[in-house]
Design a protein. Structure first.
Length: 230
């Protein structure tokens, strides 16, 4: 049984019922973002509202180190982002989602209360870094780049929009500080956040797709070396 099927089956037992209601009442005493929720399904519905998303996830992240059920709910909220990450960072690895779920669980259970920014963006960024380190990915390969861009775009939703805004904030800071060039900044924004394909940009700039992939990889490596990426 795949990890996603197992999680979905487990979630069907957890999402509604007396336990969910009792735990939410307890959590809401210390976490105002969780007040008024009838069950975990309602929590995920509130989490889909961009205006409330980060407060809901931050509340769960604050509870998660000491409350396994809060950690499990937060993991469920992260599944769409983890699936998208598996399709991109682990496009050629059939076990990518299994490892990413495991990494996310470990990060959630040890999430630092002093960390700032979007919980979703932070967890996904940490998982991506550790996954790539485990696979010893140190350079771009010859990959079906168009397929990856389409997958990123087609699976984008509210979660990806929230994450995208947080990543864009970091990108703007790196660009402002001269860490990445104007062209590299535009390349990352257009391909990673706006969903444009590398092949279309290669035609526009009269260069090869491989050259653009190399340029983007070098810029993203500089971003990963920044203090906020640790």
């Amino acid at each position: 049984m795949s990890v996603l099927i197992a999680l979905d089956t487990e979630w069907g037992r957890l999402a509604t019922g007396p336990l969910a209601r009792r735990r939410l009442i307890r959590w809401s005493c210390s976490q105002p973002a969780l007040v008024g929720l009838r069950d975990f399904s309602a929590l995920l519905e509130r989490r889909r509202d961009p205006a409330a998303a980060n407060e809901v996830l931050a509340a769960l992240a604050a509870l998660a180190p000491d409350d396994e059920l809060a950690a499990r709910v937060l993991l469920q909220a992260m599944i769409p982002g983890l699936v998208r990450l598996a399709q991109t960072a682990g496009w050629d690895d059939p076990s990518a989602i299994d490892e990413l779920v495991s990494l996310a669980w470990e990060r959630i259970r040890t999430y630092p209360t002093t960390r700032h920014g979007s919980v979703a963006a932070n967890v996904l960024w940490d998982c991506r870094k550790r996954y790539r380190r485990h696979r010893l990915i140190d350079a771009p390969k010859s990959i079906p780049l168009d397929a990856i861009d389409v997958a990123e775009l087609s699976t984008a939703g509210v979660e990806e929009a929230v994450v995208g805004r947080e990543i864009l904030t970091d990108l703007c800071g790196a660009h402002r500080d001269g860490v990445i060039s104007d062209s590299a900044f535009a390349l990352i924004v257009r391909t990673r956040l706006d969903g444009e394909s590398l092949s279309d940009l290669a035609v526009e700039e009269s260069v090869t797709v491989h050259r653009l992939a190399q340029r983007r990889w070098r810029a993203e490596r500089r971003l990963r070396e920044l203090p906020w990426a640790c």
